[in-house]
Design a binder for this molecule. Structure first.
Ligand code: IMP
Length: 422
């Protein structure tokens, strides 16, 4: 079986927890795009495990975890995560596979990301400054350096020096201190030695697994609204987040995917700039942010929050043929007397679809809301759908009907065990 898990909103929907639950039985858990701009948190027995690069399934006994072709790797972050997991007693040589096609985030990528953001001034996009845009730009313009080159040290050094020379000219134009290649060589050397035993032909691994009908779990990062083509460009990330990104980023053919799970947070959140039609401010926003601990896993930035935006989520479902939904963080809405859900968009008095909107339209349009009565009870220990407060059930059923996709999991607290299987 092949399962894909993707975020249906602006990221941070709670994918990490859902992947972690599913990963228990999986043979392979795979990251296929993005880098350490993504962050997943898994909570086990009250202890938080934040992940940035290594797939969430690493904490489960069974699966081998794969950092596949489309993922971009920051050497410091990978080394740090490898240290953490090795200290926990996990044998990474057995457990972790890395594709030689993964591109490396070089020090000048991070400098460029920061320099572009500074230059944009008040129009800055709010990137995570992890070098994501510049590393993918180098990839598509044939200037990237991959794990493949890293394993051939003289070739790697030659490529690094050549690229650094060019990038330093751009950095100087931005008024930034140029980078010194020699400073960074030791960390890349260390990375090369550490990853060498884990680098394998992931195409062959996936083909064999497909033939043997193994259980492959593909772990999407970010959310559909941040997709480079279909998100609200330029307020997007640099990779393809949608279902089609699987084929591009791992080589697993999209046609082989059996289940596409969309993760829908019961409200909206985002980090970074760009329009957010259902955005909330002041007390309700602060309440939701604090209760939901809406601070970036990667950057610690406070996330913007808003009511659930169903036209956007419906677009994500259709775009990525989502056929199962896990709704998360519904417990955060407990205690609100009224809950709103956006069901339509209106621009200049006329209905407008999400797909018709660029960021200019989204900034101006008016969300049309449906109101729901809230519930007061703490629902974090509830184990069956029928035991949820009636108003909470109504909310979930409405979302399911609107999206025309079955809600199969209702997550009522960050804990691994706190999930209702519907
Ligand atoms: P970048 O991916 O660092 O270039 O950032 C581009 C935009 O995507 C910014 O608005 C980021 O805040 C956002 N972003 C990237 N990755 C994530 C994520 O995993 N969760 C939420 N937002 C993200």
């Amino acid at each position: 079986m092949i399962q894909l898990v993707i975020g249906s909103q602006w990221g941070d929907e709670g994918k990490g927890k859902i992947v972690d639950i599913m990963a228990e039985k999986a043979d392979l858990v795979v990251r296929f795009h993005g880098g350490n701009n993504a962050g997943h948190t898994v909570v086990i027995n009250g202890k938080k495990f934040p992940f940035h690069l290594i797939p969430s399934g690493i904490l489960q006994k069974k699966p081998t975890v794969v950092i596949a072709d489309g993922t971009v790797i920051d050497p410091d972050v990978l080394l740090e995560e490898m240290d953490i997991f090795e200290k926990m007693g996990i044998n990474l040589k057995k457990k972790l596979v890395i594709s030689p096609r993964c591109h490396l985030i070089m020090p000048y990528h991070k400098e460029l990301d920061q320099a572009y953001e500074n230059a944009r001034g008040k129009n800055k996009l709010g990137t995570t400054k992890r070098g994501i845009g510049p590393v993918y730009a180098d990839k598509v313009s044939y200037n990237g350096i991959r794990i493949y080159e890293l394993l051939d040290w003289p070739l790697f050094v030659e490529k690094f020096k050549f690229q650094a020379e060019i990038k330093n000219k751009i950095l100087v134009a931005f008024g930034v201190i140029p980078i010194k290649v020699e400073t960074y060589l030791p960390v890349f050397k260390k990375l090369a030695e550490r990853v060498r035993p884990m680098v394998r032909d992931t195409f062959a691994i996936f083909q064999k697994a497909i033939k043997q009908k193994k259980y492959i779990l593909l772990e999407g990062a970010h959310g559909v609204m941040l997709d480079n083509s279909f998100g609200l460009y330029p307020y997007v990330t640099a990779s393809n987040v949608i279902e089609g990104g699987v084929n591009i980023g791992s080589g697993v053919p999209s046609k082989k995917i059996d289940e596409v799970w969309g993760i829908v947070k019961a409200y909206t959140s985002r980090v970074g700039g760009g329009p957010l039609p259902t955005e909330l401010f002041e007390k309700t926003a602060d309440d939701i942010r604090e209760r939901g601990y809406e601070y970036g896993t990667t950057t610690g930035r406070p996330r913007r929050v808003g009511w659930l935006d169903l036209p956007a989520v419906k677009f994500a479902c259709l775009l990525s043929s989502i056929n199962r939904i896990a709704i998360t963080k519904i417990d955060i809405l407990s205690g609100l007397s009224q809950i709103k859900v956006c069901v339509d968009y209106k621009l200049d008095g006329k209905k407008i679809e999400f797909s018709q909107c660029g960021y200019l339209e989204l900034k101006k349009l008016e969300p049309v809301y449906k109101n729901f009565d809230g519930w007061k009870e703490d629902i974090s220990k509830i184990k069956s759908f029928k035991k949820l407060p009636v108003n909470c059930q109504k909310y979930i059923k409405f979302v399911e009907k609107y999206l025309e996709v079955k809600i199969k999991i209702v997550s009522v607290s960050p804990e691994r065990k706190a999930s209702i299987f519907v």
